[in-house]
Design a protein around this ligand. Structure first.
Ligand code: FES
Length: 229
């Protein structure tokens, strides 16, 4: 159990929860989070947004009953955290771009905080959130509102690219990667539906070049050319 330090609304249906504890999560990992006993049955997979000496932060979107319940929780309430889980982002080399769409920006903040150099591209459909936090990292940040954030990224200008966002965006990243010179190692982080989070149920199964893999335990980060989306 972890005590909630704060749980604030940052945009319509978007919240940041800060929960107490020492976890030593890697950038790109996630936790299975629940703030209830029995129903809804499943915990919610939330990626690590940030981590500090007090605990871990999650930037999350209200997208169903579980996250609605999380959004109603207050400082002092208790959440159950299982994690950190998943592989996280690999080590980068060379010039790096971090590209996020919507709530897919969540794992990029802590990732960017670990890096000496990174160019950030953040895309939003209706409302920009956490811009101040990302700009405070002192990496270049490009914000796209209502457009296609990937259009801003020259894949040939980078050695490492991390992409996180909805599936159409990840497919577009795969296509861009395939049509580029191949200079960049491109990785996508999948937001698959998860149930157990620990590789036991196959709910998050994803087709890969060498058969099926589990997004929770083999991922959520995969090489872009490896996964079938
Ligand atoms: Fe159960 Fe991945 S969520 S195997």
């Amino acid at each position: 159990m972890a005590t909630i330090i704060s749980n604030r609304r940052v945009a319509e249906g978007i919240y940041v929860m800060h929960a107490k504890g020492r976890f030593e999560a890697k950038a790109g990992q996630f936790f299975m989070v629940r703030g209830w006993e029995n129903y809804p049955l499943l915990s919610r997979p939330l990626s690590v947004y940030d981590q500090d000496e007090q605990g871990v932060k999650f930037l999350y979107k209200v997208a169903g009953e579980g996250t609605e319940r999380l959004a109603r929780m207050k400082a002092g309430d208790e959440v159950t955290l299982l994690g950190p889980l998943g592989n996280g982002f690999p080590a980068v080399h060379g010039r790096t771009a971090l590209v996020g769409g919507g709530i897919g920006i969540a794992p990029l903040y802590y990732t960017a905080r670990q890096l000496e150099q990174a160019d950030l591209y953040l895309g939003f459909s209706a409302e920009v959130y956490e811009e101040h936090e990302f700009r405070s990292l002192r990496h270049p940040v490009e914000i796209d509102l209502g457009g296609i954030v990937l259009d801003r990224v020259d894949f040939d200008a980078y050695d490492t690219i991390f992409v996180c966002g909805p599936e159409p965006m990840l497919r577009a990243a795969q296509m861009k990667s395939a049509m580029s010179s191949g200079r960049a190692n491109v990785y996508v982080s999948l937001e698959n539906r998860m149930a157990c989070g620990i590789g036991a149920c196959l709910v998050c199964s994803v087709g890969c070049e060498n058969g099926r893999k589990k997004a929770c335990s083999d991922g959520p980060v995969f090489r872009a050319e490896e996964v079938v989306l």
